[in-house]
Design a protein around this ligand. Structure first.
Ligand SMILES: [Zn+2]
Length: 290
């Protein structure tokens, strides 16, 4: 009897301890139901410039520089989501690469996005959610492959990309015109894609009118923010430098401050898409980053 009593008491105590553990105040409800299983980082091209100062006015004049270009495929319980589609796979057939930015950049694709998806067993039509940081050709180059996906885009970017004068924003509709027929969710600010806080689109205008970045909570790595072109390389981030060609300098600076606050609040890492030194350290598909 005494033994039974103490077992009950012990059980009761355990229930209280368990209840106290569940009620940890710092664990937000969205973190408790994170449906992200992992993310594939895909090599979506590379580029080389002979004058880095175009991205850092007054600095790095005449400096040669290599940029990475990644796409990110998120594996969530509710389906596949692709963030950015990289440079056009068509560039892979050009032995000298393709010139861009008035000849200041040479783009190259060594491994097509289609072949990398095939290697991990994902068909383009399996991807049900697509978001693109912005509509420059090195981010939407393969967008036309993803006709089955719902497109998540800031309304201002949509108006620039699908409006009467996309060339004014340096957008080339031939890369993405098929998306006009996709289901579209037009956004005016941040957006929780799966409703569980695991993947959140962050409105970060400045580089283009409706530029966006992406917060992803990975199960083991933790929270990361995928930059898009909110910043192009580490040195620009540290010094808050804005490329000369950005659509709006003031918005660009505000977006950097917004992301800096989110990084510290969420204890998140910033993964800079075009920073080759950092990108080289991140495992690429077919390895899943958990
Ligand atoms: Zn870019």
């Amino acid at each position: 009897m005494n033994v039974a009593l103490s077992v009950s008491a012990l059980r009761l105590a355990f229930v209280f301890i368990a209840a106290a553990m569940v009620a940890v105040p710092t664990l937000a409800a969205d973190e408790a139901h994170n449906g992200v299983q992992g993310m594939y980082v895909l090599n979506c091209g590379e580029s080389r410039t002979t004058d880095l100062s175009m991205w850092s006015p007054g600095f790095n004049i005449g400096k040669t520089w290599e940029f990475s270009d990644n796409c990110y495929l998120i594996k969530h319980d509710k389906g596949w989501m692709l963030w950015d589609t990289g440079m056009s796979d068509g560039i892979a057939k050009m032995p000298e690469g393709m010139k861009a930015a008035g000849g200041l950049l040479t783009l190259r694709v060594t491994k097509t996005l289609a072949s990398q998806l095939n290697e991990i067993g994902v068909a383009p039509t399996d991807i049900t959610r697509l978001a693109i940081s912005h509509f420059h050709g090195d981010h939407c180059g393969n967008a036309n492959l993803f006709t089955a996906a719902t497109l998540y885009i800031q309304e201002r970017e949509y108006e620039a990309a699908f409006g009467p004068d996309p060339a004014k924003f340096n957008f080339a509709p031939n890369f993405y015109e098929k998306l006009r027929a996709n289901p579209v969710v037009k956004l005016n600010g941040d957006y929780d894609v799966f409703g569980d806080g695991s993947v959140v689109i962050l409105s970060t205008p400045g580089h283009t009118p409706g530029h966006q970045s992406l917060l992803v909570r990975l199960p083991k790595t933790g929270a990361v923010v995928l930059s898009g072109d909110m910043v192009h390389f580490e040195e620009n981030w540290v010094n808050r430098r804005v490329p000369a060609r950005n659509f709006n300098r003031e918005q660009s600076l505000q977006s950097m401050e917004k992301v800096a606050a989110i990084l510290s609040e969420k204890n998140a890492q910033l993964w800079i898409n075009h920073d080759k030194t950092q990108s080289d350290r991140i495992p690429k598909a077919p390895e899943l980053v958990e």
